[in-house]
Design a protein around this ligand. Sequence first.
Ligand code: BGC
Length: 727
Amino acid sequence: MVTLLSGRDTWSTQPVESAGIRSVRLSDGPHGLRVQEEGGDPLGFLPSLPATCFPPAVALGSSWDPGVVAKVGEALGREAQAAGIDIILGPGVNIKRSPLCGRNFEYLSEDPLLSGVLGAAYVKGVQSTGVGASVKHFAANNQETDRMRVSADVDERTLREIYLPAFERVVKEAEPATVMCAYNKINGVYGSENRWLLTEVLRRQWGFTGAVVSDWGAVHDPAAAVRAGVDLEMPGTRGRSVRELMAAVVAGELDEAVVSESAERVRRLGRYGLGETNAVDPDAHHAIAREAAAACTVLLKNEDVLPLSPDARIVVIGEFARTPRFQGGGSSHVNATRIDSFLGAAEEHARGPIEFAAGYDVDGDGDPRPLREAAVTAAAACEVAVIFVGLGEADESEGFDRTSIDLPEAQTALIRAVSTVSAKTVVVLSHGGVVGLEGWHDDVDAIVDGFLLGQAGGSALAEIIYGVVNPSGKLAETIPMRLEDTAAFTNFPGEQGHVVYGERLLVGYRSVATTGVAVRYPFGHGLSYTTFRVRRFQVSVTGSDRVTVSVAVENVGDRDGAHVIQIYVDASSRGFVQRPARELRAFAKVFIPAGRSADLELALDRRAFAYWDTELSDWCVTPGEYRVILGRDALTSDAEETVILGGDHIVRELTLRSTVQEWFDHPVVGPILLETLESKLLFGLAQPGTLRVLGSLPMQKIVNLVGEGIPPGAIESLMAMTVHSEK
Ligand code: BGC
């Protein structure tokens, strides 16, 4: 059965016909199928068969809508089933640690809750069709630079609170067929050899029962990978790995029982892809892609210009309006069934003719001035200039990281020149990683963030811009003023084989909410064509470590629209360990017709208030005050309440290495110490001035100094009171 542990070729597992075990076919993922003809080529570079290109994760994340994401997942599952694919390689739920990561377009968010909820929705959607999903890349795969070797050096608390929870939620809530281990090392150990991660955390603590598949080419030592918890190495190595695994078994370096368990997990993958196969209707799937794209679009700024009237005399400027940028490069690249351009779609909404000027050359070749001048002339004669700008395919991709968040200079010069002459200017952005808006933001009247919206992005943008759809997307990633303001800036992408996650928990909005650094638009920001008012916000404590939030929101405008309720917790007053000043702890997107209200209850459980305690190796809720905030975005509060939680009654063990301060602060021993301060020296120690100076001394030093001043056995009996902890 060793033969099952390594793939047959690039995209399929090894069958064992004599044992009735079939070959299982896998394919990228995440936002459209990349199915190659039988077998494919070893590097997976050859073109794939046509498939619907749904909005990539950068856009889906901004939908904040598990319903939309599940619908895309379901459509992907149907396409996979029809193409004979059993497992789709997605979703990608790695955290956007730095805006520079070349693969950020394939990831959902800088926030673990949003990534986890949407990732789980994707998996449930795909798997509802019988096709399996593969959540990837486990874990701390947050950059492309040196991605096959770099060690992500991350402390355990940061892993548990930022980089693992999205995987944890997907595994626990959606039971994906497979988890794909990452290329990189995590604290010095390859993702494919990391037993702590793959076996201790993933299987034992989270209860994962599916198969762990390697990222393509991530296995270095097949026996070490199987021992750590990898079940299936992909792609196959034409028999080399199987021979090595057999030799390891014979040499007693690999337990046969471990091989059998892994083989059994690979065999069980044969359950996927057995659903009913129906022909896919490309038009129906294109419509799903369009609906999703519209739900993802974020209206960043709007000063009395959008939505456009069908009678507005507009000029559309920018090559991306005619030749859309709608997906990223690398293993997720889809051969789209068709592509909608904004220019083509806008003609269906506008009553009059639409003028077009290319404005720039996407490749940046040649002198940009003639193109710019033609655009300026056209803009001067119209009521509204709609300028499409963004990053080209060559600017960002899997395989490398960006070095800047700037738009090409020719494009920013174009925006400035056009906005000077145009009565109204609307900018539409197309990009996978965040782009800066500085240098032109204040010159324009509206900004629409279209990220990468998939093959129907052009028509979805036209629906937003002409008001057929009311925008409801919210940023899943903060837009900084400057790259230098992002928390990972000084530690990205690392050096000499290591990248140190020195900013720890302060990723994205967690950083700026804590430090007060100004941003252009925070996580959670997004405008609507209607106005929502909060009518009620009540927080009820429902236990020592949980609350229920009750919210009523009214749509007081004259258009129907969807609103996202965002609940953040500020635990920063709990000084025992560092806590970010804002953390998203619950959210819900709700459609509210004009003039109507929505009432919602959201439960915040223990994890919403907990931090990972490295001494206890467990989640822990500190007793005391917490602010529960209804945020319009991560930095703007619409309403808030402070609650007091009983938290966990933790009795930490005291030893002679514990400091004097820790002895006095101890909830059980501290008060006893103070009451029984017979020794003059201990009494002196408890004085605030002395404690400040001597509080950091280990108790052992005091015992050494005043040994006979302390009654025999007194210290030992105090320590004995602390040997167990309870919650
Ligand atoms: C990527 C994975 C992808 C796999 C198969 C790897 O290079 O990291 O995300 O699923 O190739 O194409």
